[in-house]
Design a protein around this ligand. Sequence first.
Ligand SMILES: Nc1ncnc2c1ncn2[C@@H]1O[C@H](COP(=O)(O)OP(=O)(O)OP(=O)(O)O)[C@@H](O)[C@H]1O
Ligand SMILES: [Mg+2]
Length: 340
Amino acid sequence: MPLFAPDIAIDLGTSNTLVYVRSHGVVICEPTVVVVSAQDRHMVRAIGDEAKFLLGRTRDSLVAVTPIRNGVIADFDATMLLVRYFIRKAIGSSHLFKPRVLVAVPSGLPAISRRAVLEAVKTAGAKKVILVEKALAAAIGTGLPVYDPTGSMVVDVGGGTTDTAIVSMGGIVVSQSVQVGGGRMDDAIVSYLKKNSSMLIGDRTAEEVKKDLASALPAQENRHVHIRGRDLLSSHAMDVEFSSAQAYEAVTEPCMAILASVKWVLERTPPELAADIMRNGIHLCGGASQLTALDQFIGRQTGIPVLLAREPEDCTIMGLGHLLENSELLDGLSLSAGAR
Ligand SMILES: Nc1ncnc2c1ncn2[C@@H]1O[C@H](COP(=O)(O)OP(=O)(O)OP(=O)(O)O)[C@@H](O)[C@H]1O
Ligand SMILES: [Mg+2]
């Protein structure tokens, strides 16, 4: 039996969970979804990829749970079961000594929510849990010079949160986490169709429309797609034609909310660091940063160049992985005081 489990890092996202194992890299990237039995919610039927497949196809006896909502634990038991499953899948369960686990959390998370993460991950099988602010991990994973005496700015637009931070000399100088992300864009598309076409569409359809058609700026050419949903009045299936112009209109509100958070952070940035940001640009990452023209929209509205990370969904986990591989860096983390 191996004595010591390898250290691991978990990016427990609203939409996706990624796991990094020290010396091995990213070994898991699956949706943050658990399917449980309706009779006994401790009876897990599927987790991750398999559970996502069942979402929307569940029989009455099964319930799909998305345990993280807007970056925080919404269902403690489901989170614990999901983390336990992923830890075992990543490193097995035969080690005498449990692993040390790094977990990314939104900036400014209230103490009670931080404690919930610590408890859930510990109960799931960690020896020690170290919390790292998501934006710091994302900045490291984006490849920004976070340990240099220069200012870097990162905006991580995820499924449930947008985490924005100014980072310098290994620490966060200003940050804000707001509960706006890709999920809110999907909701905005659902609401738009409800209001304007009296039609109800599923979350998955809304997500597809967002990726395919929605844009943070008015589209150059007005494309149309057919969307299938349910008539709110008759409950019958119905089709509507949906245009890029409508999709743009639908996601304007979440895009404005993301912009407001970026501006909030910029307004609180010390002048010397603000000059660095003007020069080095704003770095966008997170899955929803791929919304068409979100980079141009933020660039135009702030007057600062915006750069989109190459693998935007992997930045947070790669940053956590970097900290794991260089454990001396962990000592300087402000949030490590929350470790136990
Ligand atoms: N091409 C795309 N265009 C727009 N949105 C996209 C695209 N690809 C993925 N997304 C969205 O990115 C989001 C998931 O991003 P990510 O995996 O970074 O979130 P997360 O880390 O799970 O959430 P969070 O960090 O907010 O808790 C989803 O809302 C998804 O629909
Ligand atoms: Mg994330």
